[in-house]
Write a protein that binds this ligand. Sequence first.
Ligand code: GDP
Ligand code: MG
Length: 165
Amino acid sequence: ARPIVAVVGRPNVGKSTLFNRITGGRVAIVEDQPGVTRDRLYRHAQWGEREFTLVDTGGLELGGAEDNVFSGGTRLQAEAAIAEADVIVFLVDGRQGLTAGDEAIAELLRRSKKPVFLVPNKVEDFSKPERYMEFYSLGLGEPIPISASHGMNTGDLLDTIVAAL
Ligand code: GDP
Ligand code: MG
């Protein structure tokens, strides 16, 4: 089976934008396990010779209110997405800066002991590292800044991801 890379993060940080950029809008995989795909979108992805399954964890957005990632079934959704992943891309908003919702997700991720890449998105100006380096405090390693919508640094991110598979 292909390794699974999950993109997690708060609503509106750019998860689907990154997912579509990496997978090029190919047709989503239909999982045969009942219920599994209800809130997560799976697609084949390839970078160089390496193939993997990329997961867009839309389920984290079901909570309604911004940052309320743990309401209703969304905590279970988040935990299920993390549990099935081999590698996690934790997307945060590099413009907005660190939020309580980021801290809550980071706590789940640290406890999972899975390999996590901390990725501040919407960074169109790489000359101001203080804007995205504050995420260092999450204890998830060195932030890898990208702009998903402009495709900035996304190739380097993919190099880093596939090296971990
Ligand atoms: P999701 O809710 O995490 O899936 O986020 P989306 O992919 O739907 O993006 C949320 C909003 O952020 C949309 O308006 C995107 O156009 C915008 N966005 C996504 N990536 C970037 C980026 O790299 N830079 C900027 N400036 N906006 C972005
Ligand atoms: Mg989305």
